[in-house]
Design a protein around this ligand. Sequence first.
Ligand code: BGC
Length: 734
Amino acid sequence: MMSIEARFLRRARLAALALAAAAAPAAAQTNARSPDERAAALEARMTDAERVRLLHSTSARPDRTGKPLPDGAIVSASFTPGNPRLGIPALYETDASLGVAWVNGLRHDGATALPSSLSLAATWDRDVARRGSALIAKEARAKGFNVLLAGGVNLAREPRNGRNFEYLGEDPLLAGTLAGETVRAIQAAHMISTVKHFALNAQETGRHVANARLSDAAAHDSDLLAFKIAIELGQPGAVMCAYNRYNGPHACQSEYLLGDVLKKEWRFPGFVMSDWGAVRDVRDLLAGLDRQSGEELDDKLYFADELLAAAQADPAMRARMRDAVRRMLRSMFAAGLFDDPPAIEPLDVAAGDAVARTAAAAGTVLLKNDGVLPLLRKAQRIAVIGGYAHVGVMSGGGSSQVEPVAGPAIAFQPAEARRRIEIHPAPPLAAIRGRLPADARIRFDDGHSSTGAAALAADADVAIVFATQWMSEGVDAPDLSLPQGQDAVIAAVAAANARTIVVLETGGPVLMPWLREVGAVLETWYPGSSGGEAIADVLFGDANPAGRLPITFPATLEQLPRPKLDDSSDPDRDVGSQSHALRGFDVDYDVEGADVGYRWFARTGAKPLFPFGYGLSYTRFDYSQLEVTGGDTLRVSFSVTNAGDRAGKDVPQVYVVDRAGTKGLRLIGWSNVSLAPGETRRVEVVADPRVLGAWSTERRGWQVRAGDYIVQVAHASDRADLSGHANVNGRVVR
Ligand code: BGC
């Protein structure tokens, strides 16, 4: 008897071979032409029925649709059958922000779970982004997929947002650049990537009905800029529009967002796919939506017979339908879906583990260290407490959920959660044991009771407390406190042992009422399927922490632009999917405008718990010899010295604090520098002129004003290690 997995692999392999054979003649005839020409030629040969067939996709999940899996489909987020007559390949789409999604184990195969995207953002490192996405793309191809639902780049306007772990923090330049690199790596592997969720889907509470209010200028200086940078750099085949409304219309019905901004002003040549369950009318097509995704989640199958009839009755509809098809085919040609179809292969699990481990260590942020870290590999008594550290590490929930090949170590559904919490089988406890001699004494306590945990800590040389915060798509955190009484356990352990190290595995920022009492704090986010080893690498100094916060850690909820999450009082609002019927409400992002995160803190003068850009190392870096030159943009060069006695990696950041007389803090660039002890290197940061300017709605561009610009080079957003200034020319940049 063949196992389910073997049957799946065989079926997928046959399907891929059949498609490759069918696609070959079409591809061969047209190889010399551009993706636009090939798409136009192919589209012209299609019947209207064939065109419409491309414009909707099924949720390839029998558990959701209640129907058998369509022939040739792979269990995943979405499937669109190919067109054998014309050699058009089927679209096999999987969620892939952190790895190939696990879809509740329905496919009976796992994948490498990379650390959360917020961890990637904490690396500030384009290479880590590229390597991680190249790995995801390779594994996805090996499973037969050719479209990756990746590239989440919504800005973290709301630290309680359940999906912050899928996004890249609060700064548009950092988030857009890293998202762009991930998309570029995926497309380079001959797959289509999305960027998502366009735009302003900044909280999960009421996500289908919330109306994000934000001026056009502020949106362009923040969230839209992040998307634009990601799109320019990554050239994704698709943009996924968001669930929420933006200044009135829903994002997937917004002629302004999809038609005017994305397609006209940004000249985006690819297609817009809806988020799953975000289509409301066949006329959404006229607003700029090209594809209805996961059609079973909508009230109706709009983009099939209804679209065909509308196209036949209305020339504008038909023209738009043909444009949508051309856009999809263009993206398929441009990415290489026709010429290089995926081939089913076994995964190289060890290679995946290695990439995930390096990435997790690189994204770990050392928030506090009074000298207790790094740990020595000697005989000692270590108490390991809490956080499921004996079985694994926390992972984030929702459509991006990945599980390694063996599945979760444990999965459970607490009464208050509506989804399963899954722990990756990557136990830090075993990894810590593996670093210590046989005569070291390592004991574990599950942290359920403060008394037991404190007793164990009192009888140890060092106590390592693991604290977890589970976050998920569809649910925002109620506040910023660690759940389930973990603060009390940490406080009790710290009172029992001054050498207490707190290892956080959280979806985003948390408050730390015990901060002063503990010896060290590491933020490891969701560290992925090699998380245990990566944490031990940092604890024992095999990896020198180089992560820097991509998101501000507030000291209190009152410091936020919206101390209370909008409409979180309605319990029905926290479910993402079929909540169209709920009453709408506004979320007023004009409060902070473009001043998201650290810029809001700088504007209000509030002192965060930890600022954006902050992170310690086991060595020390000094900055000197600043030179700033102006002209059409700012060029900032300076020397970075490793003044400590260990090799390490630094992320010197450059902020502008005054733009031709307008005060305000803004990241304009950074550098990633690896230095041996005592080594000095000169680095240069060239500002993207758009972050020197401000969006002008009249001129439809970023207006850079002529004048003197003051910059500071810093270890974090709240300090200036060096400062200088130069004159910048006035102009409008697009
Ligand atoms: C999410 C998307 C995801 C899609 C398909 C939606 O609920 O918002 O990010 O790609 O489902 O699984």
